[in-house]
Design a protein around this ligand. Structure first.
Ligand SMILES: Nc1nc2c(ncn2[C@@H]2O[C@H](COP(=O)(O)OP(=O)(O)OP(=O)(O)O)[C@@H](O)[C@H]2O)c(=O)[nH]1
Ligand SMILES: [Mg+2]
Length: 252
């Protein structure tokens, strides 16, 4: 059975930490979160993974091919260099929504996000057999966002992109796929099992609701790195008018 493996990364006892002994400066909190995300992205990426910033205090990584020992090594590296610790939990399932749910449940069983006792936990269960690894990622982008960027106030573009993200999240959730905003006019969706036909329906729905046009490269492979790269290549082909339509599927 082909499965996606997701890792929930949660900063331990972070809420209390941000206000102890008194509220820390927001700029310092933003710097810590941005650095921690960049650091984790690097450490997962060199092992074939991909981290989405999600809430920054809680991040989700596609971690197919990354073992428990490698997760522990990443945690140890973070713990010697940051004033906070991170707990991680792993879930694997055919559908991305189910994988993150299993990961979240495993971490919740190990203790609260606000517990001072729960530090640097590694919980949950990843894939046992590596031949089960499967990652499908849709990389979507809005057509001609630069025109709006050059003509409208920047906050108007920002607001539109947040609406696009929410509409995609809602539509994709019907197929147990996840959607993450990755900056600019880009969205990435771990979406194992989502067919081209269903993706077309989702894109049509969001396009009609928000008056925009979308295009999508879809990559399928054994690791997030591989799939994301194929997806971005697919998108590039559409941009260069090398594709017949607004969706290109690529499998490794
Ligand atoms: N995260 C991410 N951001 C990108 C990528 N490519 C472009 N961007 C960002 O998205 C913004 C818009 O780029 P484009 O999508 O090429 O611009 P556009 O005017 O919408 O052009 P078309 O999509 O080709 O119609 C850029 O300013 C970048 O910030 C990518 O692969 N990943
Ligand atoms: Mg674009």
């Amino acid at each position: 059975m082909k499965k996606i493996q997701l890792t929930l990364i949660q900063i331990d006892n972070y809420g209390p930490w941000t206000v102890t002994p008194r509220p820390k400066r927001e700029a310092d909190i933003q710097i810590l979160q941005a650095k921690l995300f960049a650091d984790l992205e690097h450490q997962f990426a060199v092992r074939g993974g991909l981290v989405f910033s999600t809430r920054f205090d809680n991040m989700l990584a596609i971690s197919n091919g990354i073992s428990l020992d490698e997760h522990r090594a990443i945690q140890e590296s973070i713990h010697v260099r940051y004033p906070v610790t991170v707990s991680m939990s792993i879930g694997a399932a055919e559908a991305p929504y189910e994988a993150q749910k299993l990961a979240a449940q495993a971490l919740q069983r190990a203790g609260s996000s606000r517990s001072a006792e729960r530090r640097g936990i590694l919980a949950g269960r990843g894939l046992g057999a590596r031949d089960e690894d499967w990652v499908q990622i849709v990389h979507m982008d809005v057509d001609r966002i630069s025109t709006m960027t050059d003509e409208k106030p920047i906050y108007d573009t920002h607001e539109l992109l947040q609406h696009v993200c929410l509409a995609l999240m809602k539509a994709m959730s019907r197929y147990k796929a996840l959607v993450f905003y990755t900056g600019g006019d880009n969205f990435m969706a771990p979406s194992n099992g989502l067919s081209e036909e269903k993706l077309r329906l989702i894109m049509d729905e969001v396009e009609r609701a928000l008056g925009i046009k979308l295009k999508a490269g879809v990559g399928c492979g054994k690791t997030a790195g591989e799939s994301a790269h194929l997806a971005s290549e697919g998108l590039h082909e559409i941009r260069k008018c090398q594709a017949k339509g607004p969706i290109v599927f690529k499998t490794s």
